[in-house]
Design a protein around this ligand. Sequence first.
Ligand code: FES
Length: 273
Amino acid sequence: MKTLIKQDYSLENCPVTEKLFTATGFCRLTFYAPSVTTEAQPGQFVMVHMPASSGRYMLPRPYSICSVDRENGQLVIFFEVGGRGGELISTVEPGTTLRLLGPLGRGFPKPQAGSLLVAGGMGIAPLVFLAKSTTVPRTLIYGSRTAARMACPREDLDLPGLTVVEVTEDGSRGERGTACEIAERYIPSSSAVFACGPRQLLAALAEAAAERDIAAWVSVEERMACGIGACLGCAVRTDQGYMRVCKDGPVFPAGEVNLQDEHTECLCQSGGN
Ligand code: FES
């Protein structure tokens, strides 16, 4: 049954059509969610309700949309399993129906040629969707602590016009270093920066882009209860005062949001807690 709440998002019972652990502790769920896929844009998210069979009342959890197949109504979320909510959601099997609210929030602008996409850890989730949204020449820096935690399948990033630079802190895959260190080499020749990952990474990228007067957007997170701008529980400080991550973000111009606050991280870092 589908309940239309507002023109641009819907609450719908969506069957899980596929579940895959791409690496230990990293789960990719595909839903049949045609109402959400029709409107979804890169950088937006969905609130996923707990399985009814769990018999437990828990708030829904926010997940970045990792990709959509509009023709077939398929929507993918990709997350590191962590916290009670994420663990519960990762136990569902294909055929199980979960309630999805979305698409929610404001996403990324469309990348132009020469754009630099920077993903730290599970920040890769919304950037897969962004990378797939265009075929212009663009570069993705995908950073992780170790190869074992680099959970996004390589084939998901095998896209026309996309150059992928892998980097791990221990050098177990790709270049050795941090995503930020590698990104700083690419930023001067980039037309814009799009980033998702840990707060420290976002702050460093924002500063590096601003020094060169290059436009940058970051996807940030706060704990969310409603996901639709009603509870004011996800406020972050910006140049224009407090704004709601779920409604005014999660994507913000990098220079406008305060990335020094301890609790401001990208949406995908919550692990469904
Ligand atoms: Fe309620 Fe953002 S989660 S206002």
